[in-house]
Design a protein around this ligand. Structure first.
Ligand SMILES: [Zn+2]
Length: 235
């Protein structure tokens, strides 16, 4: 009995003092101490896309962004939100001069860049003239390998966790925010409000939570890969 207890104590000692990473190592791993900017698309007078019965995109994007914020904070990340309420970021002067949309995008960009984020995710919903179009997908900026990597990892999680999608991560060269914010920057188009099945799911807390979790996991995938030691077997 004594010998067994001693063995257990030795094993516990080894686990505690040999195999447990130091706090510095733990801090470098995953999402701890990463700064993430989440951009909930649209807001205020800009409702974005709509469902057939007039429910706006801006409500869905903000709900997902808030859920994602909680998950990331629980993992130790510092999170900044471009908006936390039903408002856009256009200045009063620009709105009065009819430049609301440009002003909104400019201020989102400024805000994001001022935080020097380790990753930037903009959350949007899609819409098309046909109710048949469906499927979440991610978009990255052409010639941004970090954005491409995160977008592809996020697309894998979307396929695993969300309503069926055959879409792949797409590159673009004209998106205002992604073009101006360096690093792993991704636009997450989380589903089609014009598709009846996706529209009703997108307005439920349960599906919003699944989307937030899929985005969260992809960020975890990305940073775990980025901080993992190189694979010695890889040739
Ligand atoms: Zn949008």
């Amino acid at each position: 009995m004594f010998a067994r207890t001693s063995l257990a104590a030795v094993a516990a000692f080894i686990l505690l003092f040999v195999f447990v990473p130091t706090s510095a190592q733990a801090d470098e791993f995953g999402l701890a101490h990463k700064t993430i900017v989440i951009d909930a698309g649209h807001g205020g007078p800009d409702g974005g896309a709509e469902t057939a019965d007039g429910r706006p995109e801006k409500v869905v994007t903000l709900a997902i962004a808030k859920k994602l914020q909680v998950l990331l904070q629980q993992a130790g990340a510092t999170v900044y939100m471009t908006r936390r309420s039903d408002d856009d970021l256009a200045s009063d002067l620009d709105q009065a001069m009819g430049r609301r949309h440009q002003s909104d995008l400019r201020n989102r960009t400024r805000f994001a860049k001022s935080k020097a984020p380790d990753a930037f995710v903009s959350v949007h919903c899609n819409a098309s003239p046909s109710p048949l179009w469906r499927g979440a997908h991610t978009i990255f900026m052409k010639d941004n390998p970090d954005g491409e990597q995160l977008a592809k990892m996020m697309q894998i999680r979307f396929k695993e966790l969300l309503l069926p999608t055959k879409r792949e991560a797409d590159d673009m060269d004209t998106l205002y925010l992604l073009r101006r914010i360096p690093g792993p920057t991704v636009l997450a188009e989380v589903g089609f409000l014009s598709n009846p099945e996706e529209a009703s799911a997108l307005h439920t807390e349960k599906y919003q939570q699944r989307i937030a979790f899929a985005i969260y996991l992809s960020l975890l995938d990305y940073f775990q890969q980025a901080t993992a030691p190189p694979d010695e077997d890889a040739s």
